[in-house]
Design a protein around this ligand. Structure first.
Ligand code: G3P
Ligand code: MG
Length: 359
């Protein structure tokens, strides 16, 4: 019996499934792992070799750092080996817009290193809102009352936020990307209204609104505090409400992130890629070519019914939604409006269920 169970541990499961894990409220609250997440994720790797045995990705609306940096951070905090391919953030699909805007001046907003993120995606003329605002003396009349200093995001791989920008603030801004949560709403709303109502030239006449993209539209998310915190969606509402009071045309914008169906389609494509890029690891299903195989089941493990569960439900087959009680959802039964296929206490319970079912 013991040799059989050892064998079972060693031989990789050859079933056709994958998993997408939400991060905030499922894996972490702020930077603290929750719900047994380190143990749960370790079960997706071979105990002896450490090779990935079950294909999974992180599917988060959060962000602010490059996928390579986030992968390193997740690896350190969880004690596993996460590859950048496995990190899908709200802003990750911004890279698909590079062809249209590669050389145009674009402003990147949010915590972390938003300009470095956009540079990594191939945008050649990107400036962070911190640096952009500093080109216009007096643009934020409250600046002298702000006791904090605008500090550069930490350097990763020797690349700092400042080095990514051209500092060419006299050009017309063609697009604004809200990559992650604004850390100074009053300044950012002021500066963004200036950019957006003047056609990208603050202080000038009214002009055609530049494009505006948000990494996601989460009204709230679960961080360290017991009740939810305002997210990018709350910032979008504030910006839109003010812009629509000062401008004749309503604010035009596009929100990426969950629950948009394309996010789930992309996660499926990345999971397939993950399987194809590990042909010898046992990730490939038994009798299908990795190049053409389709998943029979994909699990979305999330804490937010309006975002994670709604998204998985809309995406349809082969998605199966699992709602945890470690984040935004705190109910006792299932969610009324967007009921999940399964409700569990923690991510550890979710992984346990999946492994029992599939392996
Ligand atoms: O700002 C991040 C938050 O809105 C959602 O993150 O990981 O729960 O999708 P996550
Ligand atoms: Mg979440």
């Amino acid at each position: 019996l013991s040799s059989q169970s050892a064998e079972k541990r060693r031989s990789p499961p050859r079933r056709n499934f994958g998993i997408a894990f939400d991060i905030d409220g499922v894996i972490f609250r702020s930077e603290s792992p929750i719900g047994g997440s380190p143990q749960a994720l370790k079960r997706l790797y071979d105990e002896d070799s450490g090779a990935l045995r079950i294909p999974y990705v992180f599917l988060t609306n959060g962000g602010g750092f490059r996928e390579s940096i986030r992968a390193l951070e997740l690896s350190t905090l969880l004690g596993i080996n996460v590859s950048p391919l496995q990190v899908l953030q709200g802003h990750t699909p911004f890279k698909n817009l590079v062809q249209r805007l590669e050389n145009e001046l674009v402003v990147a907003v949010g915590k972390g290193e938003p300009a470095a993120v956009m540079s990594e995606y191939g945008f050649k003329n990107v400036v962070s809102i911190d640096e952009y605002a500093s080109c216009f003396p007096g643009i934020d009349p409250l600046a002298p009352y702000k006791s904090w200093e605008v500090k550069q995001a930490p350097k990763h791989d020797g690349v700092s936020e400042a080095r990514t920008s051209t500092n060419n603030c006299s050009q017309r801004v063609q697009a604004v990307f809200v990559v992650s949560d604004s850390i100074d709403w009053s300044r950012d709303i002021q500066v963004l209204c200036d950019i957006l109502r003047t056609g990208g030239l603050p202080g000038r006449e009214i002009g055609h609104q530049p494009q505006l993209y948000f990494a996601h539209d989460d009204l709230a998310y679960q961080a360290a505090f017991p009740s939810e915190r305002f997210g990018l969606g709350a910032f979008r509402i504030a910006l839109e409400s003010i812009f629509n009071r000062i401008h004749h045309d309503p604010l035009s914008y596009t929100c990426y992130g969950k629950p948009n169906p394309f996010v789930f389609k992309n996660a499926e494509a990345v999971l397939k890629q993950l399987v194809s890029s590990h042909p010898d690891s046992g990730l490939a299903p038994d009798n299908a070519s990795t190049a053409v195989h389709n998943f029979e089941r994909l699990y979305m493990v999330g804490d937010n019914p309006d975002v994670d569960i709604k998204g998985a439900r809309q995406a349809g087959y082969p998605w199966f939604s699992i709602l945890t009680r470690t984040g935004v959802f705190k109910g006792t039964g299932n969610h009324d409006k967007f009921p999940a296929d399964l409700v569990v206490e923690t991510v550890e319970e979710a992984v346990d269920y999946i492994i029992r079912k599939e392996c």
